[in-house]
Design a protein around this ligand. Structure first.
Ligand code: ZN
Length: 335
């Protein structure tokens, strides 16, 4: 990196080399490009929070810098691979935000830096993670350099979905959607938590629809998340038992808008799967045990509850009062 810039290397989540769980949307195109000997210079990775976008970005960086690729897979043991895993590679630059999202000036720093030579390798990789909320002007600052990038330079952008990015940037990039994969998630959790009971791992994977990041937070003991999962399960039981009081207490106890929306999301998934079970469809995600609790409720009632909860999630995005919203939902569901 050139002297005098404000770019610094930040932390990339640790990932297990050689074993990238369920990310075929990343590994397969990268393997194909490796065989052809030509890599795309700009990548856009999209997916929900916790699904592994930064891990996928680090994998791409390894593909680009590994000195010993075999069968389209980075070796994991060469100096470059090890430094990427240790998050100390000077040519893998995780761009920092000067504000809550990338500013025009953050992007101009990258553009200036991109025209300096790599430190150690013949390629260098910029990772701009979580681009959500960046302005059109900030990404417009990247258009010229992504249209005609210096030969050694590669860019990786990540965001919740493609709507975050300008069509022009999308057209110049390879887009990679990361979806949650429950089986891959369970496989990851077994490796990461060898001492935990299988049932606990399966329930975590189900509660978060195979989202590795959220499962890890839960199993690492994130108290807020444990509380939300517990509330979702107790509310589901209360719905099955027509226990309005408990449901009201569970919903009313959340003060944070994002947490409340997440709770409604978990409940919606449980109710959706209970309804799917009624029609003989396979559950989509969520916790089968919780969904089975609701199987005593008629299909129409489940669909009504589902609609109310989904509407409640939409209202979380507005400025309505959370206490009023939880009271309204309880009233609608039990009324
Ligand atoms: Zn390597």
């Amino acid at each position: 990196m050139g002297a005098g810039t404000s770019l610094t290397i930040s932390r990339i989540p640790t990932f297990t080399l050689m074993k990238i769980y369920g990310k075929q949307t990343v590994t397969e195109p990268m393997a194909a490009m490796s065989r052809s000997g030509r890599y795309v210079h700009s990548y856009i990775i999209t997916g929900a929070k916790g699904c592994g976008k930064k891990t996928a970005a680090a994998y791409i960086a390894q593909m680009l810098l590994c000195s010993d690729i075999h069968d389209g897979v980075p070796c994991g043991t060469c100096r470059e691979c090890r430094r990427i895993e240790a998050q100390t590679h000077p040519d893998v630059i995780l761009v920092e935000k000067s504000k809550t999202s990338f500013s025009v000036s953050d992007m101009r720093h990258i553009v200036t830096d991109a025209y300096t030579s790599p430190n150690d390798c013949d390629r260098k990789v910029y990772i701009a993670a979580d681009c959500d909320g960046w302005s059109d002007a900030a990404q417009a600052a990247m258009l010229k350099v992504t249209e005609d990038p210096p030969d050694p330079v590669y860019f990786i952008f990540t965001g919740a979905d493609l709507s975050v990015f300008l069509p022009t940037l999308i057209s110049r990039s390879m887009t990679i959607g990361i979806t949650e994969d429950r089986d891959a998630c369970v496989s990851f959790l077994r490796d990461r938590y060898p001492d935990k009971a299988e049932d606990e791992l399966l329930r975590a994977a189900e509660a978060f629809s195979g989202n590795i990041g959220r499962c890890t937070e839960l199993l690492d003991g994130d108290e807020k998340l444990i509380d939300l999962v517990d509330r979702a399960r107790r509310t589901a039981s209360a719905l099955a038992a027509h226990d309005e009081y408990t449901a009201a207490v569970m919903l009313a106890g959340i003060k944070d808008r994002g947490a409340f929306k997440e709770l409604l999301g978990m409940l919606t998934a449980i109710v959706r799967d209970a309804a799917a079970g009624k029609t003989g469809s396979a559950p989509v995600s969520c916790d089968a045990k919780d969904a089975s609790k609701l199987s005593s409720l008629p299909y129409d009632r489940l669909m009504m509850i589902y609609d109310r909860l989904a509407h409640g999630m939409e209202l979380c995005g507005t400025y309505c009062n959370l206490e009023a919203l939880s009271a309204m939902l309880t009233g609608q569901i039990f009324g």
